[in-house]
Design a protein around this ligand. Structure first.
Ligand code: EPU
Length: 337
């Protein structure tokens, strides 16, 4: 176990924010993780997976534990399904590629999402009509209180839109160590109804798509809209899409008839925050080393040496402006630390 002092977290967060961890350790086995959690010398602990859903606004006066548990295995399979278990430290996209290589379907729409397998359930990652919960069977988590492994079924996790029990009652209480998925075999059930996937497939003249084709289409769409964190620091969508009442939506379309929307229930309409932020004039705006991405207004970016606090302040200005213009409160999706 190699606990280091005053380590820069820049390589460990996709926003590329340069703050220090007072203590830092990268953990690649469960026994090592248990040993570290039992240390009484470090009362404050911060867990980092892929670092893709956080904005670091200050030096971290804590023991930062980087989860580097690796391994993917097939637990069982029949003619229709495969049950696959992946360790928390596996990179999410590498896991998707592993599934494609084995011809296991269900996660192809989630291609190229930054982050790791272990953090995917926390916010129930989703894109292009599919969410993690659609293939999720269970996960295991190490309790920070008891230092014992507990198992969570899909219903235990209480998944919602960018939400789970790990953002509610169990927030900060467990380290997810592995996730088990149920993936489908040929003939795969594809999910290509999400507008831009169908048109992307049409554009590349694919009429009978495979899971590999769907993945390629998703990658092309993402690359055209979302900045690659290796080139421009970012955390994907900074805000969640807000849900408004039908009455509120009816009032909005009086002034903005072109506003896109998705019906959630009889009285709930989801409105894209990216549209609101663009309409408010922030898309593509740059303030020194930080700003709002030019192709997707939901994404705040670090062009180099931005400070987390500057990005946080920009997000607050955006929130206030959206409230003033549309009377809608937009909530950050990323964790502010
Ligand atoms: N839009 C704009 N301007 C913008 C961005 C979007 O007008 O700058 C409009 C689009 O034209 C479209 C609508 O908003 O009519 C929706 O846009 P898009 O399909 O790009 O999706 P989104 O709602 O902005 C969500 C997820 C993304 C995910 C995409 C695709 C959230 C918070 N974000 O974005 O997830 O990739 O759908 O499924 O739900 C992430 O979580 O990090 C993420 C990137």
């Amino acid at each position: 176990m190699d606990i280091k002092q005053n380590i820069s977290l820049k390589p460990y967060n996709t926003f590329g924010i340069d703050v220090l961890a007072k203590h830092f350790v990268s953990v690649s086995s469960l026994s090592e993780l248990k040993e570290i959690l039992s240390l009484k010398t470090y009362p404050n602990k911060l867990i980092i997976g892929g670092g893709s859903n956080m904005l670091l606004t200050k030096n971290q006066d804590a023991l930062v534990i980087h989860i580097n548990l690796k391994g993917i295995s097939i637990i069982s399979e029949d003619d229709h399904f495969a049950i696959v278990k992946a360790s928390a430290g596996e990179n999410w996209h590498e896991f998707v590629l592993w599934c494609l290589k084995h011809s296991f379907g269900g996660v192809e729409n989630l291609s190229l999402i930054p982050g790791n397998v272990g953090t995917a359930p926390i916010q129930n990652i989703g894109a292009y009509g599919v969410e993690l919960k659609d293939t999720f069977v269970s996960c295991e988590g190490l309790s920070l209180e008891t230092n014992k492994i507990e198992s969570f079924s899909k219903s235990d996790c209480n998944f919602g839109y960018r939400n789970s029990i790990f953002k509610q009652d169990k927030k900060g209480k467990y380290i997810i160590t592995n996730v088990t998925f149920k993936l489908n075999k040929k003939p795969h059930k594809l999910n290509i109804n999400y507008g831009s996937i169908a048109s992307q497939l049409e554009q590349i003249q694919i009429t009978n798509p495979t899971i590999q084709d769907v993945s390629r289409a998703v990658i092309a769409i993402r690359e055209s809209k979302l900045p690659n964190p290796k080139e421009i620091g970012n955390s994907g969508s900074f805000f969640k899409n807000p849900i408004v009442s039908k009455a509120h939506y009816n009032a909005l379309i009086e002034n903005f008839p072109e506003i896109p929307s998705y019906t959630i229930s009889d009285d709930e309409i989801k409105v894209p925050a990216g549209w609101l932020i663009e309409k408010a004039g922030f898309k593509g705006k740059r303030f020194g080393d930080y700003g709002v991405h030019k192709n997707q207004a939901l994404v705040l970016v670090n062009y180099g040496d931005a400070k987390g606090i500057d990005i946080l302040n920009l997000s607050k200005i955006i929130q206030k402006t959206i409230k003033r213009l549309f009377d809608i409160s937009i909530e950050a999706e990323v964790n502010i630390l």
